[in-house]
Design a protein around this ligand. Structure first.
Ligand code: FES
Ligand SMILES: [Fe+2]
Length: 345
């Protein structure tokens, strides 16, 4: 038996199961691209539960658990009526942006609406082109990206994918640079020195915790064409990698010419072993290269991570049993320590 709050048992820590923990319901989780919530309701899953997202007449997005109060039909299979209400596909009950049931067609327009017919809407925010949900009362904050409001930067969004791996394994991977010369041989890692300099975990600007490092990386033509804007076979990058609890990782890259490339890696638990993944990029480039050309290199890097992670069985153990960590894992070990603290709260 596992607890939803309080100290995690040794068995829980070793199994790596985490999505049953109440604390996660009070954090924000990125679940969809806002632009994909359009004329039809959209189904997403978070922490083992389904939600429906729908666009309301004022252009904002509403969210609710994906079950109709009447007979539990999936509201995401329904439609948006002409008046902007979300309509259930089964018997046509209709819900306004606040989740109030405003129409029960079988009862007629003058009938009383039972109080239990209303939907309990879920906290929903749109930020960075993404829809974020917080199923409980929000305790956590959304990760900060000051470049979002800086006109020198453009934002590039990417599709949300489903990865067959635990969200915890993804964050562990995104904070780890010692896999570069192995997993990323096919993109930028072929010439990266596998020796990782000592990692010092510190508080980074904007509310992230992580480390700064320098790297000389390969600059294949696909990268040179758009991402780095440089043509040398190798380029120097000044980087930081940091986490924002529970599961976002920000990676910043600065090149010698002042070009900055900020990556927000958003991983979201569908359940203990399945996750959403999307990434958002901000760049202060000259806007000459198309967003597509910029992004294809990062996408190829993502495929390399995904291919590796989907072959690693099971969830990431959250304690010290079942894994061995070395100095290059320091940041991920610190993230895990703070995550467990959060899960136990
Ligand atoms: S199940 Fe939704 S209206 Fe009947
Ligand atoms: Fe990677």
């Amino acid at each position: 038996m596992t607890n939803t709050s309080g100290p995690m048992t040794a068995e829980e820590l070793q199994s790596g199961a985490f999505t049953h923990r109440e604390a996660l319901r009070h954090q924000w989780h990125g679940v969809a691209l806002a632009r994909e919530v359009d004329t039809e309701p959209v189904q997403v899953s978070l922490l083992g539960r389904e939600y429906v997202l729908w666009r309301t007449p004022d252009g904002s997005i509403s969210a609710a658990p994906n079950g109709c109060p009447h007979r539990n039909a999936r509201l995401s299979e329904g439609s948006i009526r002409g008046d902007g209400c979300l309509a259930c596909p089964y018997h046509g009950w209709a819900f306004d942006p606040q989740g109030r049931c405003v129409d029960i067609p079988s009862s007629g327009p003058d009938a009383r609406i039972p109080p239990k017919a209303h939907l309990a809407v879920t906290n929903c925010e749109v930020r960075y082109g993404l829809v974020w949900l917080c199923p409980g009362d929000p305790v956590g904050t959304l990760p900060a990206i000051p470049q979002e409001d800086d006109p020198a930067f453009r934002r590039i969004n990417n599709p949300v994918q489903v990865w067959r791996t635990a969200t915890t394994r993804m964050v562990d991977n995104f904070l780890d640079i010692s896999h570069f010369s192995y997993v990323h041989r096919g993109t930028f890692g072929a010439t990266v020195d596998p020796l990782v300099p000592p990692i010092e975990v510190t508080e980074l600007p904007d509310g992230y915790t992580g480390y700064a490092y320098e790297a000389r990386v390969g600059n294949p033509s696909v990268a040179a064409a758009g991402v780095t804007g440089q043509t040398e076979p190798e380029v120097d990058r000044w980087m930081t990698s940091g986490f924002h609890l529970p599961f976002t990782v920000r990676s910043t890259v600065r090149y010698a010419d002042g070009l900055e490339h900020i990556l927000l890696l958003v991983s979201t638990p569908i359940d203990d072993v399945t996750s959403y993944f999307t990434f958002v990029v901000w760049r202060n480039d000259d806007f000459r290269v198309s967003a597509e050309d910029i992004i294809q290199f990062d996408r190829r890097i993502g495929v390399e991570d995904r291919t590796m992670l989907e072959t690693v069985p099971g969830s990431l153990p959250l304690g010290n049993e079942g894994v061995v960590s070395v100095q290059s894992d320091r940041c991920s070990v610190e993230w895990k320590r703070r995550l467990v603290q959060m899960l136990e709260s």
